[in-house]
Design a protein around this ligand. Structure first.
Ligand code: FES
Length: 192
């Protein structure tokens, strides 16, 4: 057993996440890590991060690494309502933060792919994480603009080691385990 510093973001929606929310600094937790691959980290590029739902959390760590590699970071978060727009101050440490809300209570009304920044600014790389319909829309935007795009799939995972095959996704190179060969894929490798 080793001691690590762990930072995480979770929303209380069940027993497991409730218990996670009750953890205090110094408590012990059994975890299996690291699993799978990671996003690419370019240098000195204009990067766009698009997150929604659970995808709001992992992009924060990516924003940190992108900024440290000299990239300009713009994060665009899509949420239902203002109360769901979390971690905005944390994102601001690494670049610009923009929000769309479905009810129009904060930021621009609509979905992330409807935000005005997408037509105003030219990005070099796009990274996205969140619900599959949102990621597919982001992938379509990136393909249309000819911008490299990576998505982090949220397939259900059980074992995390490539044994149970419950997380398989179809790619141009055949079926791949999202847990060991993902979760990050270039959109050109997916059969979307
Ligand atoms: S989670 Fe079991 S094979 Fe991927």
């Amino acid at each position: 057993m080793s001691a690590i510093q762990l930072a995480y973001t979770s929303k209380k929606i069940g027993d497991g996440t409730k218990k996670l929310g009750e953890l205090k600094e110094g408590d012990s937790l059994n975890i299996v890590y690291p699993l799978g691959n990671q996003y690419s980290i370019p240098n000195n590029a204009n990067t766009l991060l698009v997150g929604g739902g659970c995808g709001v959390a992992p992009l924060l760590y990516l924003a940190k690494h992108l900024k440290e590699a000299g990239n300009k970071v713009t994060t665009l978060l899509g949420v239902r309502s203002e109360k769901d727009a979390v971690e905005l101050d944390a994102y601001k440490e690494y670049g610009d933060i923009l929000v769309t809300t479905e009810d129009g209570s904060f930021g621009e009304k609509g979905y992330p792919t409807q935000h005005s920044i997408l037509e105003k600014e030219k990005f070099d790389y796009v990274f996205t994480c969140g619900p599959e319909p949102m990621m597919k829309a982001v992938a379509a935007y990136s393909a249309q603009k000819n911008i490299p795009c990576e998505v982090s799939l949220e397939n259900n995972m059980a074992c995390g080691f490539g044994a149970c095959l419950c997380c398989v996704t179809e790619t141009t190179g055949g079926n791949k385990c999202t847990c060991t060969e993902g979760p990050v894929f270039n959109i050109n490798d997916l059969k979307w």
